[in-house]
Design a protein around this ligand. Structure first.
Ligand SMILES: Cc1cc2nc3c(=O)[nH]c(=O)nc-3n(C[C@H](O)[C@H](O)[C@H](O)COP(=O)(O)OP(=O)(O)OC[C@H]3O[C@@H](n4cnc5c(N)ncnc54)[C@H](O)[C@@H]3O)c2cc1C
Length: 453
């Protein structure tokens, strides 16, 4: 490590999770002495840019911004953002807790700008390597990243916060189609013009696959923006179902509920998550369902049924034909009847995998014992490494199994970053594996600690 800067913390990815941590560390007492930086593969801050569709709204109150639940007096609140932008009064007049995603993206970018000097944009982290001392202990980690020109960067850190978000999930029937005219919703806005924008060949048939919010938003966008597109929404369920955001149910997204989930046995956690799945997965905001229903109804009224919702439908096979079309073999689960249809393009709104951290940490696997395989993560989000693995690894956004449904969302960011900062400040603890096991046994975490970094 001679002559090398050794960071106290490197954040991999600079989405809302690590952004919230950056804010927390900036606001902690004595933080200036802590060396920390973030590495982000995008060229500039961006929050799901490819799904920033006109007028799509947040699914969470603006009060669950990056800081308010931890410290409503922070200068990084959404309210202060509105104030500094000169829109506070007008926002109040809207009488709406759910800003558009475009506005929330602007808020997040406004916060991110304050940390420009700590973020290395345009670099993708491709490997994490162990740094062993003479006794074989892993005291530090080397973070290897690559920029757009293929240049490699190496940085050393004592702790890592991995917040790399999800990776597009492409289910089996579509995996062999290749990317031509097959878009995942995570790349929607930057690809759809290329796929659907050209109307010189006349009508285009596009199938949207999925029953969640993204599928419904993409379907609506296609029907509104591309008059020459006939869109079909294909869903396995029997109907588009509304997201349950009623107040008692919403309590599962409060920071305290993380303790409740974490305290359960593995089966208990799984069953809790399953019971509340319809708050987040394969569900759609009620107003959007009503909008889609009315749009399809009005097409019936005018006898112009261009767009369709195919419910109870399983896609059994997909194939690319010589004409370039994609042929889907679909089975109606109620009648058992199968038929094939051709489309010009597909949009897969099929969700995200949450396992990107596994590939990143692969180089550490021989030193990690069972920590990764058993998904052994402490209440403080720290991977429970063996006692001779002293470097600390915090995981954000891939701990739904242990910490509950809010883990992949914005709901608990302000408090989670507080918990991680508190854990970082208690850096002297040696045997985190033992500590994690105790935490699990005793149910809840040690609670919030004052942070002095
Ligand atoms: C369209 C859409 C709308 C959503 N709306 C809401 C909502 O209204 N409310 C809510 O609570 N949740 C919402 N979510 C859930 C979403 O996961 C969270 O809002 C939030 O993005 C989680 O933040 P994150 O930082 O963990 O992950 P991300 O926002 O995904 O950020 C991860 C970052 O890591 C970077 N990265 C990945 N790999 C690497 C690498 N190897 N090297 C360097 N950088 C890397 C990525 O470029 C990205 O910037 C939405 C999700 C989507 C897809």
């Amino acid at each position: 490590m001679k002559n090398e800067t050794v960071f106290d913390l490197i954040g991999v990815g600079f989405g809302p999770s690590n952004l919230s941590l950056a804010v927390r560390l900036a606001e902690a007492r004595g933080a200036s002495s802590m060396k920390h930086c973030y590495i982000e593969r995008q060229q500039a801050f961006g929050w799901h840019r490819d799904m920033l569709l006109d007028d799509c709204r947040m699914q969470i109150s603006f009060l669950k911004d990056l800081v308010t639940q931890r410290d409503p007096t922070s200068r990084f609140t959404f309210i202060n953002y509105l104030f500094e932008r000169g829109r506070l009064n007008e926002f109040v007049n809207l009488k709406n807790f759910y800003p558009t995603r475009v506005e929330f993206h602007d808020y997040l970018s406004w916060v991110a700008r304050a940390f420009d000097d700590r973020v290395h944009y345009g670099q993708r982290v491709k490997a994490i390597e162990p740094m062993l001392d003479t006794s074989g202990d892993v005291n530090a980690l080397r973070v290897v990243s690559e920029d757009e020109d293929g240049r490699e960067w190496r940085r050393v850190t004592k702790a890592l916060s991995i917040g790399v978000g999800g990776t597009a999930r492409v289910p089996e029937p579509f995996a062999s189609l290749g990317p031509h005219n097959v878009i995942h919703s995570s790349a929607y806005l930057s690809s759809i013009e290329h796929v659907a924008g050209d109307d010189r060949d006349g009508k285009k048939r596009i199938a949207v696959i999925g029953a969640g919010q993204s599928a419904a938003e993409v379907f609506t966008d296609l029907t509104r923006r591309f008059p020459h597109v006939d869109a079909t929404l294909v869903i396995r369920a029997s109907a588009l179902k509304p997201a349950d955001d009623t107040p008692f149910v919403n309590e599962i997204f409060s920071p305290e509920f993380t303790d409740v989930v974490y305290a359960q046995s593995e089966d208990g956690r799984r069953s809790l998550i399953e019971r509340f799945r319809d708050t987040n997965y394969a569900v759609v905001d009620r107003p959007l369902i009503e909008q889609i229903y009315e749009m399809l109804y009005l097409q019936k009224v005018s006898d112009e049924t261009r767009h369709r919702l195919l419910a109870n439908t399983v896609i059994e096979n997909s194939a690319r034909r010589a004409s370039g079309h994609i042929e889907l073999t679909m089975r109606d689960m109620l009648t058992g009847h199968a038929h094939a249809e051709r489309f010009d393009a597909l949009v897969l709104a099929t969700g995200y995998r949450r396992d990107a951290h596994l590939a990143l940490l692969d180089g550490l696997a021989p030193h990690l014992g069972d920590a990764l395989a058993e998904r052994n993560v402490g209440r403080d989000y720290r991977l429970a490494t063996p006692s001779n693995f002293k470097a600390r690894i915090y995981l954000q956004g891939c701990c739904e199994d242990s910490h509950g449904l809010s883990d992949t969302l914005l709901s608990v960011l302000a408090v989670r970053s507080d918990e991680i900062a508190a854990s970082l400040s208690g850096a002297g603890r040696e045997n985190i594996a033992g500590q994690a096991a105790d935490t699990k046994k005793n149910g809840v975490s040690s609670g919030r600690m004052a942070v002095a970094l």
